[in-house]
Design a protein around this ligand. Sequence first.
Ligand code: NAP
Length: 640
Amino acid sequence: MLDSGAETSADAALLRRALEAADPATLLLSLVQLTGEKHWLEAAKPFIRGPMNYQEFMPEPLRARVRDRLAEVLAEISRSGRTPPRQADDSLLREMMAVATGETVSDDYIAMMREDLTDDNLASRSLKWRKTPGPDALQATQVVIIGAGMSGLYAGIQLQQAGIPFVILEKNDAVGGTWYENIYPGCGVDTPNHFYSYAFEPNHEWSHFFAKRDELWNYFERVADKYDLRKHIRLGTEVVEARYDEAGAVWRITAQGQDGTDQQLTARVLVSAVGVLNRPKLPDIAGLDSFAGPAFHTAQWDRDFDWRGKRVAMIGTGASGHQVGPSLAPDVERLTIFQRSPHWVVPNPNYHEGVNEGKKWALANVPFYLRWYRFQLFWGFADGLHAALTVDPDWPHPERSLNAINEKHRHFMTRHMRAELEDRPDLLQKVVPDYPAYGKRILIDNYWFRMLKRDNVDLVTDPIDRIVPEGVRTRDGNIWPADALVFATGFMVSKMLHPMKIRGRKGRELHDVWGPDDAKAYLGLTVPGFPNFFMLTGPNTGLAHGGNQIFMTECGVRHMMLALRELLEGGHRSIECKPEIYEAYNRKVDAMHARMVWTHPGMTNWYRNPHGRVFAITPWRLVEYWKMTAGFDKAEYEMR
Ligand code: NAP
């Protein structure tokens, strides 16, 4: 907040500049929350065009009135020291959410939004004991978490809040998981950061709306420090196997240090927080080993590789390739890009933008501004898109789109591609997908099309025949010479948790239960026969249309903590979900996916297995997953 000297002219000028730089619609929502003055909502309604883009339609006189009133309210708060009111009633929240998003928002969102608007976001998400367990019970519930990335850190924070002892084993020599490992040029997030951050740990200082790798990694580093997690983390320690010991109701864990020495640990509870996009997949192309120059995967980028003046061939045009290509193109002699199938690419005006100081100030200082901004992002990048992903059985063009909204998205993106490539019909015909929008991972335009038009860039769509020492040979017999090869070819997602061996009751290994490519879990978290074992970012919890993976982890951890409460308070030794609950849940997941874009036959994606079952991503709206995980029904679990 402004300090008590807010009335000085310097402070007033600072406040004015900040409010002018902030988003007017988000300011308006903050103002309504602070004052309960509903008439602002009425004033905004005629200008709503969707969650993110109606700000520009708000006329300046209305913006100015919002700023003036807000300045007055903030000055009054600053003067009086009065705490801003925290809650709006359901009907006001409902109306505010409708104004925030530009559409009617179902009542499902009220409880979730209310939680987000609370003052102490960590406490509101933390476990509340009904009868606090004694130190012995807590001590007997030692937890081992595998992985110190985004999920492992959060699980650690929540266990710490609850007083449950834990150790985090991390194979790398630093925390941060994917944001530590990936150092390829251009690496960054394409979910906006004010949404892609822990709900309880907002960062008002993101330099960009879509931060790059170093800033993201630093964020997780800071979180590890701030919550004093490092004393619980063993770096350079890779879990090889975990075996459930039924007699002792404990997990016996074998990990390997970087020097190859084995470490044995015992834990009552095992948590996998290994992520899904961490085991690079090299392409199954003949002659890979014959290439004469350096060749590496994007996730194993060679820090010493100097691409300037080189001829680089890049295979793959997914989210990683989409960031690498434009980062290399200006400096290489030649960039040859091999595209097997095109992706839908959406423009976003903020993608390359920095966050100005005024906006940062508003995020940090205007009460509720950040929360309403997050909700707008939540809608624009996640739940607001859901309707576009669901099949309308009566839609007359099922081969190219799913429904009228999905068709609109298709037109919007096609228009963008046409505008970018209007002078290059040869490229345009290569890049516009024929399958429905969102069928493969959606990409945000990273100046991709401008890059394709460069004189030193080739987009090759002829299938690759083999790698040869001097480059890449395509089936038409052409050899595309290269000094270096970059594989932007994705990850071994279908082998979730690979190469670890997780052995549950009767020694059954998790991958034998799942088969080679059919990972399943209840709520993405638990599998019958694997007591006291929880997976974060587990089966069917990934996000494909946008969304925020951190949100999914926060939901998963909450449910896990509720299970641990049941375990501890009940004095049980083990908890596992019942087989019939697991089966019924997965039937629901499959039935839902059958109606969604990712099962469309017109494209491949990494979300489904060769039998057509989508195993990696969620079919649910985020709010549905929030609701499913926020409660805990004892009847769904077996306790022993
Ligand atoms: P990916 O989406 O799986 O893309 C792999 C690319 O390699 C595809 O273009 C694929 O073609 C191609 N490919 C694979 N094998 C090939 C072969 N044998 N011959 C020719 N081409 C081949 O992998 P990714 O780009 O690393 O992205 C994976 C996921 O990581 C993303 O979907 C996203 O969830 C996440 N990610 C996010 C960001 C971000 O937030 N900005 C950045 C990077 C990654 P096909 O499409 O034809 O299979």
